[in-house]
Write a protein that binds this ligand. Structure first.
Ligand SMILES: *Cc1c(COP(=O)(O)O)cnc(C)c1O
Length: 459
């Protein structure tokens, strides 16, 4: 189909009919979409034949890289054998059962049960339903409040966007829904520069305790956070943050929820981000990397504390989706997780390419535009600043991140801009040589951005 239609023709049809997510419809229609037509390993090709290094793994999800035949075969086999059956009517399919079993093996030991959804957002909706149901079954229905963070991302459904802390999303549609509140994020550059990061981590965690006490501990159901905030700009918390959050949740008996949609399945150099940061969640949302994005799937790992109550005392849990445990999605997830195991991709990130990327980012930190350069496993962020010594930002009107992103696009590199933070999360299969190639492209784009800043007088 693509072969017979020109880029222009596709762009016209796109503009005429396709409303893209998180997009200024009119702006895009005027400019025209970039049409991606194929991919292999860490590279994409557009309809004009340009090769692009995908340093964002699609949308944080293609952990095993593109073109993995084992996942394609798993989908094709399952589609032929049984393309769909549901799990509502006291039925199950082998792939869903086997995936539930395998997930209980690769997740931390407190997780022996899973609830499947179609996406990360539905996973977080399920979290809201489930934590409130848990407290209701325990005879504490007044425990309704879920505490999250500003600048968190937990998806785009009503509950997901409410849990998230994106002000732009809250402004559209009367969000957040009731009983979801937000504390500040553990972002040292924004909130903690008068302290060491270790001191700041404790301070930021104590914001949780202050909020719990302000609300009343008997009204708080759960705290939810991404181990590392992804869409918020790869905000990597100080090492002291999560252990202190854990201590506070334990102290007040509040459920701790880790949104592992990005951090899960090897991204941080551990199977799950909570293992990297040393905390023990009661619930864990996953999606994206569970299938490496080859097909949609999400879910919630339910720790024994919650599972025992729901199973032993809860009766029917009035919640579920048509595609909860979709056999094709589960078959692809099984193939994906087995591939991660066989290729030892978590170890590859932990021992090899993660440290290698960290070193490369140390060298990027010397660039005149870069204020901070941080990585966690295969996530990285460069903060672009006007003055390195003082971390003084550019005038927001300049949109320096968008300028840099424009150069990335033009130079065959997908890197994302979140405000002034340039972020990456490449496929876990990336090699050292490919990291060198990616970093050379990043450096070139930083140089081009710096040249723009100098000639436009932004510095
Ligand atoms: C992407 C994302 C979600 C939402 O997942 P969808 O599959 O887009 O619904 C939730 N939480 C985090 C941390 C995410 O990055």
């Amino acid at each position: 189909m693509n072969a017979t239609r020109s880029t222009q023709d596709l762009q016209a049809a796109d503009a005429a009919h396709f409303l893209h997510p998180f997009t200024d419809f009119q702006g895009l229609a005027r400019k025209g979409s970039r049409i991606i037509t194929r991919a292999d390993n860490i590279y994409l090709w557009d309809s004009e034949g340009h090769q692009i290094l995908d340093a964002m793994s699609g949308l944080w999800c293609v952990n095993v890289g593109y073109g993995q035949q084992a996942l394609v075969d798993a989908a094709a086999r399952q589609m032929q054998q049984l393309p769909f059956y549901n799990a509502f009517f006291q039925t199950a399919t082998p792939p869903a059962i086997e995936l539930a079993e395998l997930l209980s093996q690769v997740t931390p030991p407190q997780f022996q049960h899973v609830f499947f959804t179609g996406s990360g957002s539905e996973g977080n909706d399920t979290v809201v339903r489930m934590v409130r149901r848990y407290w209701q079954v325990l005879g504490q229905p007044q425990r309704q409040v879920i505490i999250s963070r500003h600048n968190a991302y937990h998806g785009s459904t009503m509950a997901g966007a409410s849990l998230g802390g994106m002000s732009g999303m809250h402004e559209q549609g009367g969000l957040p829904i009731p009983n979801i509140v937000h504390i500040d994020q553990p972002y040292w550059v924004q909130h903690g520069r008068q302290m060491t990061p270790a001191e700041f981590g404790i301070v930021a965690a104590r914001w949780l305790e202050e909020r719990i006490l302000a609300i009343g501990p008997d009204k708080v159901a759960a705290f939810i956070g991404e181990p590392v905030q992804g869409a918020g700009g790869v905000i990597i918390p100080p090492e002291t943050y999560w252990p202190e959050v854990q201590r506070i949740c334990d102290k007040y008996g509040i459920l701790l929820v880790s949104d592992e949609v990005i951090c899960g399945f090897g991204r941080t150099g551990h199977w799950f981000g909570c293992e990297r940061f040393g905390f023990r969640p009661d619930l864990m949302t996953f999606a994206k990397g569970v299938t490496s994005g080859y097909i949609p799937l999400g879910g919630v790992m339910v720790g024994e504390r919650v599972a025992r109550v729901l199973i032993d005392q809860g009766g029917e849990f009035e919640h579920g989706f048509t595609y909860s445990g979709h056999p094709v999605a589960c078959a692809v997830a099984l193939a994906n997780i087995r591939l991660i195991q066989q290729q030892r991709l978590v170890e590859h990130v932990h021992d090899d390419v993660g440290p290698y990327l960290a070193k490369a980012f140390e060298s990027l930190a010397e660039h005149a535009l870069v204020g901070t350069a941080e990585t966690c496993g295969l996530m990285g962020a460069l903060l672009l600043v006007k003055d390195k010594a003082t971390l003084t930002p550019f005038d927001p009107a300049v949109s320096i991140g968008m300028v840099c992103r424009g150069h990335c696009f033009a130079n065959g590199l997908i890197m994302r801009a979140v405000g002034d933070r340039m972020i990456i999360a490449p496929p876990l299969v990336i090699t050292r040589a490919q990291i060198d190639e990616m970093v050379a492209l990043i450096r070139r784009c930083l140089d081009l951005t710096l040249a723009d800043a100098r000639s436009a007088g932004w510095l």
